[in-house]
Design a protein around this ligand. Structure first.
Ligand SMILES: C[S@@+](CC[C@H](N)C(=O)[O-])C[C@H]1O[C@@H](n2cnc3c(N)ncnc32)[C@H](O)[C@@H]1O
Length: 462
């Protein structure tokens, strides 16, 4: 080994030890950390997003960050709204950013707690009669009834023709609802049962997979009205507990990597979030049926443009762009930390190597973009996912921690710094990371050992 290489290895070891000293892990059970935790909970059960984190994990994060009365919590990757819902339930103020129009809509609608549950239930009679009008109508007759099929590619691959006809009559009835707040909740109810109940897909694995629903007994009205009933039940409970009057919560339809145009009327003291993980899950692909059915997307170009702006897995043209050329690191810190891992992947697969580099470039840009909106003593917690790509372990927690640690200090009191992170679950590979502004050290959990490398999950995470 030559002297230069030996020196570089020594420096790399020292750096890794430095970060390892900042790392601890406490196990938090998977039933608390993932979407499974929200399935039976009030409000969280209105819409299922498989990559969501659990309400109990959000509670724990807010507790560890010591969120105080009057402080505002931010989730820059708000998804289906777990953080905003939990914050509001606890009477905290919260804001969220979400780039995907469907998930932004879900967030906003999930915070419509002032709607009177009786008024919501009252809509059911009218809507049942609207769905009743679909009887005997064939797909080809829709135009004569003033209805059009959502402009998604190959709609009958997504929906059985008879189901599609019923959904479209129901949707027209929902759109005709006068009160915009009630209308939003009814649309959310439709979005909540669209996948997987009414669409030719299964959520058995992380991504949507097409299935054949020929011969399945699917009662559109029963499925939809039962879900409206669940929402109305939850609204009643919220009223009984007075939760509908507590906490300010608002989700912005916003790219969290570019906050230059955003005018927030408050500073954020705590960030609780879970960015997309370095895997092949595309939020756009997985929300396409809802995006088109709710009228939030009209063209394939819109879908692919959104996919290009969204952090995380891609499909279609966004993927082909990633396969071209070599994506360079956006900073020397990223080059030093991510470069070696990416080169290992590049030896096997240029697309995935570019994907990983792009992922870290963007996540780093997003962390830096928050600088103007956080308070000097902001406490920041990110749940990140580690994964295996082409047999190479992507230790997102440690790598991101190292990058954040090396970020240039533009304003020493407002750039975040990782102080500790904790392993959440050894199979799901989620890790909770804490940052604070460089000048402060937050009340972080006890330091422990370095996270273990979990066994590869194979294609599920690639
Ligand atoms: C892991 S999910 C968050 C799930 C959320 N914690 C929940 O419990 O529902 C990541 C989210 O980040 C969003 N996202 C990805 N890139 C974004 C960007 N540049 N700006 C804002 N949101 C983005 C995705 O659309 C997705 O909803």
């Amino acid at each position: 080994m030559n002297d230069q290489l030996a020196l570089e290895l020594k420096e790399a070891d020292a750096r890794e030890e430095g970060v390892a000293a900042l790392v601890s892990h406490d196990d938090i059970h998977v039933s608390k950390s993932t979407f499974l935790n929200g399935l039976a909970n009030h409000v969280h059960r209105w819409f299922r997003l498989t990559p969501s984190f659990g309400p109990e994990l959000v509670q724990e994060m807010m507790e560890r960050l010591g969120v105080r009365d009057g402080e505002t919590v931010l989730d820059p990757f708000a998804g289906a709204g777990t953080t905003l819902i939990e914050a509001k339930l606890e009477g905290r103020d919260a804001v969220g950013f979400e780039i995907n129009p469907l998930l932004h809509f879900v967030n906003e609608a999930s915070l419509e707690w002032a709607v009177d549950p009786k008024v919501l239930r009252h809509q059911l009679q009218r809507l049942e009669s609207e769905v009743g009008k679909s009887e005997g109508v064939a797909l080809d007759d829709l135009e004569a009834h003033g209805l059009t099929i959502p402009p998604i590619h190959n709609p009958t691959r997504w929906w059985r023709p008879d189901i599609l006809v019923q959904i479209l009559f129901l949707r027209r009835g929902i759109f005709a609802t006068e009160d915009p707040h009630v209308r939003r909740l009814l649309l959310l109810a439709l979005a909540g049962v669209l996948v997987p109940d009414l669409t030719n897909v299964t959520l058995g694995r992380l991504q949507l997979h097409f299935i054949d629903r020929t011969g399945h007994d699917i009662n559109v009205w029963a499925i939809f009205s039962a879900h409206v009933g669940r929402i109305a039940d939850d609204l009643e409970s919220l009223r009984e507990s007075g939760a509908h009057l507590r906490g300010y919560a608002r989700c912005y339809h916003q790219n969290s990597m570019d906050l230059s145009q955003l005018r927030l009327d408050r500073r954020v003291s705590a960030v609780v979030t879970s960015p997309p993980y370095p895997n092949r899950y595309s939020y756009v692909w997985n929300t396409r049926p809802h995006l088109y059915m709710l009228g939030l997307m009209q063209t394939a170009k819109e879908a692919s443009d959104l996919d290009k702006r969204t952090i995380g897995g891609t499909w279609g043209t966004a993927t082909s762009e990633l396969s071209k050329g070599v994506f360079e690191p956006a900073s020397p810190a990223i080059a030093a930390v991510v470069g070696p891992v990416v080169e290992e992947i590049r030896a096997q697969d240029n697309l995935m190597a570019n994907y990983v580099m792009h992922y870290f470039n963007r996540l780093t840009a997003q962390i830096a973009a928050m600088e103007p909106i956080v308070t000097d003593d902001a406490r920041i917690a990110y749940v990140v996912g580690n994964s295996w790509i082409k047999g190479v372990y992507i230790e997102t927690d440690v790598m991101l921690g190292e990058i954040v640690d090396r970020m240039p200090v533009a304003n020493s009191s407002s750039l975040p710094k990782m102080t500790t992170c904790s392993r959440i679950d050894s199979t799901v590979l989620l890790t909770l990371m804490f940052f604070t502004p460089k000048s402060r050290v937050c009340g972080a959990p006890e330091r422990g050992g370095r996270p273990r490398r979990a066994a590869p999950l194979g294609s599920a995470l690639e």
